[in-house]
Ligand binder design. Structure first.
Ligand code: EPZ
Length: 422
């Protein structure tokens, strides 16, 4: 398994380009199931999860070609209406093929995504919504089997706002007969990006970006040429890197309107963040002067759970105590034990982390446990004294494109060690 070697303590400088958003790319790739023809998706990041979703679609019969950051996906002949366990277990977002398959073919067989490091992450709301639209759902040998002659519009209330649940139901409703209303819909920019692409495909979706989404079903959709939004979590991760290393960075191709909660909170720690002509100018305070701040993770437009781990790494060096409350997932503090190995002083009680800032972090061998936990270890390692070795960085490769190149180009001392013991 690959490892990252990082020697911290350096001030970084220069500009970094943000890649396309993984969590916009995945539902958009699944949406190609809804119609025949060739879809062109642009600004697609080169990530493990994108390759996995491509395998899932190819396994159904799609023809996929990669041209740099463009994906050409032809879905004329999708003979196999199944997303198999061996693929779904490596990436739970494969469940996003369920809604589109039932909508286009009237049947689907998708492996139930297993548990995940950060929480149980059930898909009961995805299934409840499809049943409300008339699908017959059965569970057999770890698979969800869904059948419907033609889905019909329904009013669906999600008692928890679910990102991929909203995306699955929106895609299913796009081809249903009649009107669907999704109440308490997720408002994440990635949901909005999918809705905009669906409307370009000929769907009739209103209320985009709000918590009440209305979809007037149509009989068919057509393929599109669509460029996806930049990754707001990668943007927040690089702002955290500037903050913890006291660096002056220019962050290019990011969407300021997607990161308002992140900007507000990180400004509170003393990081200067201003919009310039060609990007976001981010200046970290001198080392030792970072201020503590309290945060609670919330659905968009609140502070995103996917930035919680990076925020804890940042505030582990603040001059004071920060209180972090994780409200979305039940087990999303696995980075804390690893940060403690580097000298961080963090207590966890229930879903609240008390982060008492320390003078310095010391490099150490640590292990990535999930995607954003691994990002937090990179943030911490860049400010730590000495060398940090981060193991199992396949977690990181799921969501960050060429991160060691981007950090090296900013002057960071980071190298990838290929292979090595399991
Ligand atoms: C999406 O996951 C993202 N993944 C996650 O990003 C992100 O952390 C999460 O949204 C929250 O923002 C993708 O978009 C591919 P949810 P998702 O359904 O859709 C509960 C990353 O780091 N829930 O919004 O799976 C669930 O357990 C990943 O890029 C149900 O109870 O998250 C959780 O507590 C990690 N029943 C809460 O809702 C359901 O049917 C929010 O989950 C669905 C969800």
């Amino acid at each position: 398994m690959d490892r990252l070697l990082i020697t911290g303590g350096r001030q970084l400088s220069g500009a970094v380009e943000i890649s396309g958003a993984k969590n916009a790319a995945l539902p958009l790739m699944a949406s190609t199931i809804l119609c025949k023809g060739e879809t062109l998706l642009r600004n697609i990041p080169n990530l493990k999860d994108i390759k996995t979703m491509s395998e899932v679609l190819a396994n159904m019969g799609a023809a996929i070609t990669v041209e740099g950051s463009c994906l050409r996906i032809n879905t004329d002949t999708l003979l196999n209406k199944e997303a198999p366990y061996e693929l779904v277990k490596t990436m739970r977002a494969s469940v996003l093929t369920l809604g589109p398959m039932v909508a286009r073919f009237g049947c689907a067989k998708v492996s139930l995504p297993g548990g995940c490091a950060i929480g149980a992450r059930p898909i009961n709301l995805h299934l409840m919504g499809l049943e409300k639209m008339g699908a017959k759902i059965t569970l057999s040998k770890g698979y969800v089997v869904a059948k419907a002659k033609r889905l019909k519009g329904a009013t669906i209330f999600c008692d928890i706002s679910t990102v991929t649940g909203t995306e699955n139901l929106m895609m299913a409703a796009a081809l249903a007969k009649g009107r669907t209303i999704i109440e308490n819909a997720a408002r994440e920019p990635e949901v909005e990006d999918l809705a905009n692409a669906l409307n370009k495909m000929g769907a009739k979706i209103a209320g985009i970006g709000s918590s009440v989404i209305e979809i007037e079903g149509v009989d068919e959709l057509h393929p599109v040429d669509y460029a996806i939004i930049p990754d707001r979590i990668e943007t927040g991760t690089f702002i955290s890197i500037a903050g913890i290393t006291g660096s002056n960075l220019l962050i290019k191709n990011c969407r300021y309107d997607h990161i308002l909660a992140i900007v507000e909170k990180l400004r509170e720690t003393g990081i200067t963040i201003t919009q310039e002509e060609d990007g976001l100018r981010v200046i970290g305070p001198p080392p030792g002067t970072l201020r503590p701040a309290d945060v609670k993770t919330m659905p968009f437009p609140g502070f995103p759970t996917d930035m919680q781990a990076q925020f804890i790494a940042l505030t582990s060096l603040a001059a004071g105590t920060s209180i972090v409350k994780e409200t979305i997932f039940e087990n999303r503090y696995m980075h804390v034990a690893e940060l403690r190995r580097m000298g961080a002083n963090i207590e966890i009680e229930d879903n609240i982390a008390t982060v008492r800032g320390v003078e310095k972090l010391i490099g150490a061998p640590v292990m990535a446990t999930d995607l954003r936990a691994s990002a937090s270890l990179v943030v911490a390692a860049l400010a730590a004294e000495g060398e940090t070795v981060i193991d199992r960085i396949y977690h990181l490769d799921r969501g960050y494109e060429k991160i060691e190149d981007k950090i090296s180009n900013l002057g960071g001392n980071i190298t990838r060690v290929k292979g090595g013991r399991a």
